[in-house]
Design a binder for this molecule. Structure first.
Ligand SMILES: Cc1cc2nc3c(=O)[nH]c(=O)nc-3n(C[C@H](O)[C@H](O)[C@H](O)COP(=O)(O)OP(=O)(O)OC[C@H]3O[C@@H](n4cnc5c(N)ncnc54)[C@H](O)[C@@H]3O)c2cc1C
Length: 322
């Protein structure tokens, strides 16, 4: 047995850690499992060496908004702690993690018991609560909260919480191929961002122009959902070359040979979120769900969903003790 806790949260992305941070204030014990090797989820940052320099690419979420007053407070605290900064190139309301997009998730995880590199594989309801099998690890908990993309939640929940699994199974996420390119000299394209609603490249950003990024000229290029589907089975080297060529064609930039070129395929990048849900908690089964797919397909939506789930759990606790 690797641990027992009042709450076991599967998924240490923004939604899972938002729920964990809010529940931690109740003084109950919480363990978070995340299959990733490090913090971020879809707010990931990839570190690579180009020449002798270490650079970091934000290959998932590019920036985030903080329109909700409570989320804004949190983001301002991150800014004061040096893990977030405004990035005006993406808009007046745009924020990024510093020095990488995953810095905010990393900061949230610091005060929590998060087990990285642990994938929950099977849930089982027991007389005392829940048993969670995670490869070589086993955990037990009074309550389980699942904060993973909808498609992955549907699989985990199918046997133990069919209603929640059905809700998740109804959500479809668009994929996104992301190319990461590093160059010896600045590209001959002046703006730091590029967006298109119609072309094969939906977004590109001069990653090295974000606040507190060090090192060479780097770009992240995102293929549109339809282009990503078209290229879905390509090897990553070929996808990276195609995205770079698409970007040069879309912006009229003279092709340059990159010093570094790689790609990452996000299978479940952007969900068609269910409106009006926020989160769900089944008080009888003591299992709940959160994630951007239950609010809005953004970092802020994930944070709000996690907080909504924590509130539902606390409300139910109050109701059952009054
Ligand atoms: C390419 C791309 C571009 C984006 N651009 C933006 C943007 O510009 N602005 C914006 O606001 N948002 C953007 N988003 C969306 C944003 O990243 C997400 O809405 C947000 O990060 C979702 O957080 P989450 O916690 O719901 O999910 P995730 O970040 O996906 O977290 C889920 C976590 O669960 C873990 N997990 C999954 N299954 C298991 C398991 N069985 N056991 C243990 N752990 C598991 C994963 O490792 C992951 O860390 C983008 C996303 C992508 C992919």
């Amino acid at each position: 047995m690797d641990g027992h806790s009042d709450f076991l949260i599967i998924g240490g992305g923004m939604a899972g850690l938002s729920a964990a941070s809010a529940l931690a204030r109740t003084g109950q014990s919480i363990i978070v499992l995340d299959k990733g090797r490090g913090p971020g989820g879809r707010m990931a940052a990839r570190r690579v060496e180009i020449g002798a320099a270490q650079v970091s690419f934000d290959h998932g979420a590019q920036y985030f908004t903080a329109r909700d007053p409570e989320f804004r407070e949190i983001v301002e605290a991150w800014e004061a702690a040096g893990v977030a900064a405004r990035w005006p190139a993406a808009g007046d309301e745009a924020w990024v993690g510093t020095p990488g997009m995953n810095a905010c998730v990393k900061a949230m995880a610091q005060s929590l018991d998060v087990r990285w590199g642990v994938r929950a594989e099977r849930l089982e309801r027991t007389l005392q609560g829940w048993r969670i099998d995670a490869g070589d690890h086993t955990f037990t908990a009074g309550t389980v909260l699942v904060a993973v993309p909808a498609e992955q939640a549907a699989v985990l929940l199918a046997e133990v919480a069919p209603d929640l699994a059905m809700l998740a199974a109804g959500v479809q996420s668009a994929p996104c191929w992301a190319a990461m390119a590093g160059f010896a000299a600045p590209l001959a394209y002046a703006p730091d961002t590029f967006r298109s609603d119609t072309g094969p490249v939906s977004w590109a950003a001069r990653n090295s122009a974000k606040p507190r990024r060090l090192g060479a000229e780097t770009w992240v290029i995102h293929a549109s959902p339809s282009r990503s589907r078209e290229l879905i089975d390509l090897p990553k080297e070929a996808a990276a070359q195609t995205l770079l060529a698409d970007f040069c064609a879309a912006t009229g930039t003279a092709p340059a040979v990159p010093e570094h070129l790689d790609a990452h395929r996000w299978l479940y990048a952007l969900p068609q979120a269910i409106k009006g849900e926020g989160a769900r908690f089944d008080a009888m089964l003591r299992i709940g769900i959160a994630g951007d797919w239950l609010h809005s397909p953004r970092v802020e939506g994930a944070w709000l969903s996690g907080r909504a789930l924590a509130e539902r759990v606390c409300q139910e606790r109050l109701a059952s003790t009054s």
